[in-house]
Design a protein around this ligand. Structure first.
Ligand SMILES: *Cc1c(COP(=O)(O)O)cnc(C)c1O
Length: 363
């Protein structure tokens, strides 16, 4: 049972039906927001409270709020899917709730109980049900829970006041023109996380530190940046917001082990399970970049892909670095990559049985 009740505290002017229909016809990603948001506040003195469901709108914050100066902030990302019978479901929300607790511990933020995290999603999606798109291809309602230090205090210590929010944004298909393989730039200049740092936490700071690497990738004609481990610059960590996999010719699916500098993706863990189910040998281990590039050359590695909630699975078609470029397979989307993607999205959209019990009904 959730202790927090995210009850509506005011009526809101909803976006008109025709305006919402116009937005849902082409929502893109992260451009439009729903009518409501959930929020709650934690104070050192009283713990969690002040839960409410309010109209989506600006957050009032002191210019001296700790988050604006010291970056004490974490977030989550998950989706609500409309099933063919009209019901609305989300995917493994308990995993996101627990990850948010781990992120909170690392950033010295208070842990939100799992039941309260689930209740906040339920409240927003129930109120914003008309915003969950019909899934004609891969539309969804993207849910963004986040938490930040809101205390007005410029001293450096963990904030005594923390605000939690959930906002929601309708999302169109990630690949409107079919799955597009990524060109990935391997940066030798930047790292996203170091030993003992915040790499395993889903925090805004990791993204801030990834932006120059992403810009470097774009300057080199690439879509995404791949970060190597910060100590030796030899093994694969991950992209700025996606985990990385490689498939070998002899049917082994490899992904970097969770060393503390990698974010543990819910998509990553689901793929490991689906791969085991289909008889692939899976291994979480150190992936040395130079060896991977060599094995792409010999054909020993046949497919590679990145994964995360937004894209689900995005094939990697090519790597680029200062030293050259390396094609993955034939540069297109690998067969196993696409099969895993199909299976995972089929489960999410209720097109095949949910044999692992990954779905939670929201509406
Ligand atoms: C969120 C995130 C991922 C993907 O996690 P999912 O739970 O699969 O969405 C991967 N890497 C980073 C750095 C992330 O922030």
């Amino acid at each position: 049972m959730s202790a927090l009740a995210f009850t509506p505290t005011s009526t809101t002017r909803r976006v008109a039906d025709d305006e919402r229909a116009r937005i849902l016809a082409d929502p893109g990603f992260g451009r439009y927001y729903t009518d409501f948001m959930a929020r709650a506040r934690w104070t050192e003195q009283d713990g969690w409270g002040a839960a409410e469901l309010v109209p989506f709108g600006p957050v009032q914050l002191s210019p001296a709020a700790a988050v604006l100066h010291y970056g004490q902030e974490i977030f989550e990302g998950l989706k609500a899917f409309r099933h063919p019978d009209g019901s609305v479901w989300t995917f493994r929300p308990g995993a996101n709730a627990e990850r948010m607790q781990r992120s909170a511990r690392r950033l010295a933020l208070p842990e939100l109980p799992v039941a309260d995290f689930l209740a906040s999603l339920q409240a927003v999606v129930a109120a914003d049900e008309p915003w969950v798109p019909e899934a004609t291809s891969e539309e969804s309602l993207y849910l963004r829970p986040f938490m930040f230090a809101s205390e007005e205090f410029l001293g450096v210590r963990a904030s005594h006041c923390v605000d939690y929010y959930v906002i929601a944004s309708p999302a169109g298909p990630y690949f409107p023109r079919g799955v597009q393989p990524l060109v990935v730039w391997i940066t030798d200049e930047y790292a996203r996380a170091g030993t003992g740092g915040t790499g395993a936490a889903k925090c805004g700071g990791n993204y801030a530190s990834s932006l120059l690497g992403k810009r470097e990738a774009a300057e080199n004609g690439a879509d995404e940046v791949l970060f190597l481990d910060s100590e030796t610059h030899t093994s694969i960590d991950e992209l700025s917001g996606m985990n990385v996999f490689a498939l070998t010719r002899d049917g082994r699916l490899l992904t970097p082990a969770l060393t503390g500098s990698i974010l543990e993706g819910v998509t990553r863990s689901s793929i490991l399970q689906l791969a085991r189910d289909r008889g692939l040998a899976v291994a979480e281990e150190r992936l040395v970049m130079s060896e991977v590039l060599e094995k792409l050359g010999t054909g020993e590695i046949t497919e590679m892909f990145a994964c995360g909630t937004a894209a689900v699975i995005n094939p990697i078609g090519e790597f680029r670095a200062r030293g050259g470029s390396w094609q993955v397979g034939d540069g297109g989307s690998g067969e196993t990559t696409l099969a895993l993607r199909q299976e995972l999205t089929d489960i999410q959209y209720g097109r095949i049985p949910d044999r692992h019990g990954w779905l939670t009904r929201l509406v």
